[in-house]
Design a binder for this molecule. Structure first.
Ligand SMILES: Cc1cc2nc3c(=O)[nH]c(=O)nc-3n(C[C@H](O)[C@H](O)[C@H](O)COP(=O)(O)OP(=O)(O)OC[C@H]3O[C@@H](n4cnc5c(N)ncnc54)[C@H](O)[C@@H]3O)c2cc1C
Length: 395
């Protein structure tokens, strides 16, 4: 494979680089340069800036408002976003439910939902997991019963990331108890803000942020017109969406960003008269992670290239999820080791001596312990690989 860029690709890279440099508002630029933490409002501000340029959905086809880029252009764009340390956009609309609506939605659904996902006008969250249905997702119990043109929803979702910011939620709901569990599930789109009977209760995480919510449905009415795909066949949609989710959780961009932080910490930290960057043991650990991340990046590129040929993400997204999240966790471990006692820093107690990136590293480290769990735990991904790729019998 020839990995060098063509003159056209270099020109494209320069155009992206110039745009990002010119379009970043001062507050975001400050955080980008100092490794600060982006609040939801800043992420959405960046989303709108990219949308105005037509770049909020590099991976969507042009006909539905995407940038229509090939896999190399998408890779270059993502590299430039990391290089500039720009905010990563929320994945729930752009990466998860958007592609699903493009693939399975009706024309009305496409017209109603896609433009507002693209523009960032409507923020989405994911209602898959329930208190007793995480890995065993097909056992989910949120009931959706037909009444007139609507479904009446009753039950609970949990671990709903960012629900407190969201306008809409996509949920898996049980529309039939007959047959196998997987056969009675439907994929529904629910208005979180304007549906009586829906309650979102945020809770605090070990990272110190209100990242999640429990989402309750008490006789909440959702139009049948908001069902994506046929009734009782939501499992097909659920799996397709998880393929997109796991590919994005591979987190190459996020890991590259973190690794840049580690390099910065190593340059700023002096141990025994030299910088940490000059320490052979540290450099060996850093080099090992750089190589592993490069490998995950190549696997990611392969998935992008395959998607461009029209293939939906298959079981290879499970490989990407495992490798990507393990690398991500190891990078934050290296960052914590490199920071030494500065790793005790916490964002709500800044000191003059502490650069912004140090204030967020411990929170980030804590939060990312979950990356091997969310999007389907890595143990389950190994089961998928053993069955779908290696052809082994179920464990
Ligand atoms: C940070 C975070 C964000 C999340 N965001 C969302 C969200 O936005 N929306 C949403 O719907 N959900 C979300 N989730 C839920 C997430 O998808 C589930 O936590 C995940 O699927 C695991 O389910 P569980 O927590 O019920 O664990 P369990 O299924 O109870 O599993 C517990 C442990 O047992 C292992 N295990 C279970 N069954 C098997 C098996 N057959 N073979 C081998 N090992 C097994 C698991 O791998 C795991 O290690 C989030 C979770 C976290 C932690």
């Amino acid at each position: 494979m020839d990995m060098s860029y063509t003159p056209e690709q270099i020109a494209f890279r320069d155009e992206v680089r110039r745009f990002i440099a010119g379009a970043m508002p001062p507050e975001i630029r400050h955080k980008a340069e100092n490794g600060g933490h982006y609040e939801h409002a800043e992420t959405m501000q960046w989303h709108r800036i990219l949308h105005q340029k037509g770049w909020s959905a590099p991976h969507w086809p042009k006909e539905v408002g995407g940038a229509g880029w090939d896999s190399a252009q998408r890779h270059i764009f993502s590299e430039e976003m990391v290089r500039a340390n720009a905010p990563s956009l929320s994945p729930f609309g752009l990466t998860m439910v958007g592609p699903l609506i493009i693939q399975f939605g009706t024309d009305e659904q496409k017209q109603r939902f896609l433009p507002k996902i693209l523009s960032g006008e409507e923020v989405w969250c994911q209602g898959y997991s329930e208190p007793n249905s995480g890995s065993d997702l097909a056992s989910l119990q949120l009931r959706a019963e037909k009444e007139g043109d609507d479904y009446i929803l009753n039950g609970q979702k949990t671990w709903t990331s960012h629900a407190q910011y969201a306008d809409w939620i996509f949920v898996l709901a049980r529309t039939s108890a007959a047959g196998k569990q997987q056969e009675g599930i439907s994929f529904l789109l629910a208005d979180l803000k304007n549906t009586p009977g829906v309650e979102v209760k945020p809770f605090m995480t070990i990272g110190g942020t209100l990242a999640f919510s429990e989402t309750w449905f008490d006789n909440a009415r959702v139009p049948q017109a908001n069902r994506v795909g046929p009734e009782n066949q939501g499992w097909t949609m659920a799996k397709a969406l998880l393929g997109h989710e796991r590919t994005s959780i591979g987190g190459v961009a996020e890991s590259s960003r973190l690794l840049n932080m580690v390099r910065r910490i190593a340059r700023d930290t002096r141990v025994g008269g030299k910088t940490l960057m000059e320490d052979a043991t540290f450099r060996r650990r850093l080099a090992r992670l750089e190589i592993r991340l490069r490998t995950v990046g190549m696997a990611n590129l392969r998935t992008l290239a395959s998607a461009q040929l029209g293939h939906a993400p298959g079981p290879e997204s499970s490989i990407l999820k495992i490798a990507g999240t393990e690398v991500q966790q190891e990078i934050t471990e290296l960052a914590m080791d490199a920071m030494g006692h500065n790793a005790m820093g916490w964002y709500d107690s800044p000191t003059d001596a502490m650069p912004e990136y140090q204030l967020w590293m411990a929170s980030n480290f804590n939060y990312l312990r979950a990356s091997t769990i969310y999007g389907g735990s890595n143990e389950i991904q190994k089961n998928i690989i053993s069955k779908m790729i290696l052809g082994l019998p179920p464990s």
